[in-house]
Ligand binder design. Structure first.
Ligand code: NI
Length: 405
């Protein structure tokens, strides 16, 4: 198989526990901000380990594992929400809820973090306090910001999380430097014309023609304005206009998404959409109203956190199974908000079973190799110890920056 699967330090009993928990969550997927039952399963599983939890920002859940006084906190984060997708896997533990599915593996992340908690409770003493963060509403990009506002990063020196990824074989961990997920902003452009008779276009301004020029002109932003070594995407996903063939529409509405790998490019895209839409519309005698909807920032792995994550990954799967090549994932991930407040690293857990060609995340056929959950639990356990050790011995202090105001 090219990659012989290492055996992570998770017992069969714990692995079965994690998988059982994951399948229970999988059967009952919950939408963003509705993760009541999922959070309840986590609360009960942690209570069985003697860990007390507190509810944060609605359906969020936080637990603090104590460490030595005066040592800052290492935070580990998992996301809990599912997607409005009809499951088509036919798995015995497939979703019981029509139109809802854990199609991104968040059930796996949550149960792996419970597994890490079990491993951490077996340590006689932790080198630093560990905060377990079970986050709601990742899929809609809202949960992280809400939890940060509620104080989950107070006193936190490092924050770590990961995502299952069927693009990589089970037993690998991807630890990339720098940006690992793009920013996500959305925009709406409305172009108005007076409307009129389709046979007499000179009496009106045709917003469909104007909007078509806007669509075309926006294609030049990435190809002509963004430096070629930067990643950027502008996609218009919706184009709505018109009611009948013999009517000139009175408005056309374009909606799209902007993806960038750094803050500078993100700002460039936002400004360019505004400028191109309004100027192109003006060139055709129309007016455009541009609304930008703030999304999530890029996920940028902090150098110190990345070093600690890589060391933990090497410990868990061996150096030959740690993937170092940078990931140009233009998908979003609201972990980027944590990175704005504390040094963080976001890794990916290979979850493709040998010999399979898995369906992509967010599809109704999405499925991942549950063996990846053992790797994920072992990694989260190890990175908490490694980062905690660095904090306790002061070796991380050079890298740790103060939270931004
Ligand atoms: Ni996800």
């Amino acid at each position: 198989m090219g990659v012989d699967r290492p055996q992570p330090a998770v017992s069969d009993a714990l692995f079965e526990h994690i998988v059982g928990l994951r399948r229970r969550m999988h059967r009952f997927p919950e939408r963003s901000w509705e993760e009541h039952r999922t959070a309840g399963l986590v609360r009960d599983a942690l209570a069985d380990l003697g860990i007390r939890t507190r509810a944060v920002a609605g359906t969020g859940l936080v637990a603090d594992l104590p460490g030595p006084d005066g040592v800052p906190v290492v935070a580990l984060r998992a996301d809990m929400d599912a997607l409005p997708v009809q499951e088509e896997t036919g798995l015995p533990y497939a979703s019981d809820r029509p139109g809802l599915m854990h199609a991104c593996g968040h059930d796996g992340h949550t149960s792996a973090l419970v597994g890490a908690a079990a491993l951490l409770t077996r340590e006689s003493a932790l080198p630093a306090p560990v905060r377990l963060v079970f986050q709601p509403a990742e899929e809609i990009g809202e949960g992280a910001a809400a939890l940060i506002a509620a104080g989950v990063l107070d006193g936190v020196a490092f924050v770590f999380a990961g995502h299952v990824d069927v693009g990589f074989p089970t037993g690998t961990i991807v630890v990339a430097d720098g940006t690992v997920n793009a920013s996500t902003d959305e925009f709406t452009i409305e172009i108005r014309g007076p409307g009129g008779h389709a046979a007499r276009p000179h009496e009106s301004i045709d917003p469909i023609v104007v909007a078509s020029h806007v669509v075309s002109s926006l294609q030049t932003v990435v190809s002509r304005r963004v430096p070629p070594d930067r990643g950027a995407v502008i996609t218009i996903g919706r184009f709505h206009a018109g009611t009948a063939v013999n009517i000139l529409a009175s408005s056309a509405v374009l909606e799209g998404t902007l993806r960038a790998r750094d803050a500078e490019t993100r700002a460039l895209l936002r400004a360019a959409v505004r400028e191109v839409a309004t100027a192109t519309a003006a060139a055709h005698g129309a007016a455009a109203t541009v609304t930008l909807h703030d999304g999530t920032p890029p996920v940028v792995n902090h150098p110190a956190a990345t070093t600690l994550a890589r060391a933990a990954a090497v410990h868990v799967v061996g150096v030959e199974h740690v993937v170092r090549t940078p990931l140009a994932n233009m998908g979003g991930e609201d972990f980027g908000f944590y990175g704005e407040h504390a040094p963080g690293a976001f890794v990916r857990f290979g979850a493709r079973r040998f010999g399979t060609a898995p369906a992509p995340a967010h599809s109704g056929r999405f499925e991942f190799d549950e063996q990846a959950l053992a790797v994920a639990a072992a990694f989260l356990h190890r990175v908490a110890l490694g980062a905690g050790h660095a904090l306790r011995t002061g070796t991380a202090s050079d890298f740790t920056r103060a939270p931004e105001a």
